[in-house]
Design a protein around this ligand. Sequence first.
Ligand code: SF4
Ligand code: SF4
Length: 212
Amino acid sequence: MIITKSKPKEAVLRSLEDHERVFIVGCGTCATLCQTGGEEQVNEMANILGKKACGKVVVETPCDIRILRRDLSSHSNIIAASDAILALCCGSGAQAIGEFTDKIVIPGLDTLFVGETERIGRFYERCRACGECIIHETGGICPIVRCAKGLLNGPCGGMANGKCEAGGHVRDCAWVLIYKRLEGQGMVEKFKEIRKVRDRSKKAEPQELKTR
Ligand code: SF4
Ligand code: SF4
């Protein structure tokens, strides 16, 4: 899931200062779960904007142009007459809205990371979309994200009592977690394998995937 947080209301209002008619688009998937762009947040923003809010909708998945087309079709006239769209969704969804409508898009959220959900309000970064997954070598734990230094062969000299030096030995060292997981799986030999420097060309930007 894409984890987002709301921009401060004052910052959003400042970004909308020059726009008279603002259409608000929320996200029925990730941003709803994050409580940043669901029905409640879209309605709250519409109330804050008052007359400036000319319309609103929560699109099921704004990052999917097909769904965007379906969910915006009944609002096309209002959107056409609007000055700008306030996007309460991730950056990918916000850009899809801009491409699809050709309108100025103001992001109402900051996109943080690809995350795992423990419960509403508790999300943890687990993947950085590196383009070459290696967690089968590391006990199902991603060192790129969970090691503060992104080390492929750890732990570093800063680990103490199983805790990471970054942040003051509060969080678990990823490489200690990896060792314990591999040990539990009877695969501790994997820990001793030296992982080579990554091929950064696999993450050349911007990425595309076209299988058809
Ligand atoms: S190695 Fe880590 S960052 Fe790369 S794809 Fe796997 S989980 Fe994501
Ligand atoms: S202490 Fe562990 S998690 Fe922290 S930077 Fe070093 S190897 Fe990475």
